[in-house]
Design a binder for this molecule. Structure first.
Ligand SMILES: C[S@@+](CC[C@H](N)C(=O)[O-])C[C@H]1O[C@@H](n2cnc3c(N)ncnc32)[C@H](O)[C@@H]1O
Length: 286
C-alpha cells in the first residue's frame, strides 16, 4: 500500500475558517494546516486510497452542505518521507504563561524566567500545541493545579499527553491520560519519559468507564469533539464526583450550549464559557 495525501483547499477566508473547524472535528488524530492566499488548506495522510477517501468523506460531511462549492479535494500518493515532511511545520508554542511545548528537535532558546519547557517527539497524535483548544485547556489546567497543589488529574483524550504533562509541572500530584488511539497512548508515554515525568504521568487505552470510579479524580479535563464528548460526559462527571472540577473543550460555540445544559442537569455549576477563535472551554465551579 502507498501512503496517500489528502489535500483539501478553500479559496476564501470564510470557507477556510469552516474548513479548519471541520478538519478539527473529522480528523482529530492530526493534520497540517497551510495558509494560502485568502484561504488555506488542510492536509492529512492515510495508508491506502480507500482510507484517504473515507477521510475526505468525513471532512466533507463535517463541513456541511456547501462543501462541494467551497472546497476542492485532491488525493495523491505521498513519498515515504511524509512523516518527516509533516513534522517540519512544528514550532515551539507558548501554551501558557509558564509552559512552552516544543518539538524535541527544536533549538533551545533562552526561555523566560519561570517558563518550563516541555518537549514532545513529533508523532501522529493530536496535541502539538498549535490548536486553540489545547491552549485553552492548558491554561485552565495550569491555573487549577497551581491553586491547589497535589490534585489527581484525569485527561480524557490525551493525544500527545500534553494536558497531563502540563498538570504535573503545574503542581498536580499525578495524572492519568486516556486515549482510544493506541498510537496516541504510545506518543504520550514517550513524551512523559522525554520530560522525566513518567513516574507521575500514566497513559492507557483503558475505557473511561473502567477508571471512572465515583470521585476518583480532583480534576477531569477533556478536549474532545462533540460526539465523543456526549458519550464520555457521564463518565467524566462520575470520575470528578461531587467535589472534583471539570474542564471541557473541543466544542464549537454552537455546540457548547448542549453540553452546558447537560452539565446543569447533572447539578454542576458552570462558569461563563471562554471562547477563542470560535472554540469554547467550559469549566465547572467548586
Ligand atoms: C482533540 S484531541 C485532544 C488531544 C490533547 N488532549 C489536546 O488537548 O491537544 C482528542 C483526542 O481524543 C481521543 N479520543 C476520542 N474519543 C475518545 C474517547 N471516547 N475516549 C478517549 N479518547 C478519545 C482522540 O483519539 C484524540 O487523541
Amino acid at each position: 500500500m502507498t501512503t496517500q495525501r489528502v489535500l483539501v483547499t478553500a479559496a476564501s477566508a470564510p470557507a477556510w475558517r469552516r474548513l479548519r473547524g471541520a478538519a478539527a472535528r473529522a480528523w482529530v488524530a492530526g493534520f497540517e494546516e497551510r495558509r494560502e492566499g485568502r484561504g488555506g488548506a488542510v492536509v492529512a495522510w492515510a495508508p491506502s486510497v480507500a482510507d484517504a477517501e473515507r477521510l475526505a468523506e468525513r471532512l466533507l460531511e463535517a463541513f456541511g452542505a456547501a462543501a462541494a462549492e467551497a472546497v476542492t479535494v485532491a488525493i495523491t500518493p505521498e513519498s515515504s518521507a511524509w512523516r518527516t515532511e509533516w513534522t517540519r511545520h512544528l514550532r515551539p508554542v507558548a501554551l501558557t504563561d509558564h509552559v512552552q511545548w516544543a518539538p524535541v528537535e527544536a533549538e533551545e532558546s533562552a526561555s523566560a524566567p519561570g517558563v518550563t519547557r516541555l518537549c514532545f517527539a513529533p508523532r501522529f497524535a493530536f496535541g502539538d500545541g498549535s490548536h486553540v483548544t489545547t491552549r485553552l485547556a492548558a491554561r485552565a489546567v495550569e491555573r487549577l493545579c497551581r491553586e491547589r497543589p497535589g490534585l489527581r488529574v484525569l485527561d480524557v483524550g490525551t493525544g500527545t499527553g500534553v494536558l497531563a504533562l502540563v498538570a504535573v509541572v503545574s503542581g498536580a500530584g499525578g495524572a492519568l491520560g486516556l486515549d482510544v488511539d493506541a498510537e496516541a497512548v504510545e506518543a504520550a508515554r514517550d513524551n512523559a519519559r522525554l520530560n522525566g515525568l513518567d513516574a507521575r504521568c500514566q497513559f492507557a487505552g483503558t475505557a473511561l468507564a473502567e477508571v471512572a470510579e465515583r470521585g476518583a479524580f480532583d480534576l477531569v479535563v477533556a478536549n474532545l469533539e462533540l460526539r465523543p464528548m456526549r458519550e464520555a460526559l457521564g463518565g467524566i462527571l462520575r470520575a470528578a464526583g461531587a467535589r472534583g472540577r471539570v474542564v471541557l473543550t473541543g466544542l464549537l460555540v454552537d455546540q457548547a450550549e448542549e453540553i452546558t445544559r447537560a452539565l446543569r442537569r447533572a447539578n454542576a455549576s458552570v462558569a461563563p464559557p471562554r471562547a477563542d477563535e470560535g472554540w469554547v472551554l467550559l469549566e465547572t465551579l467548586a
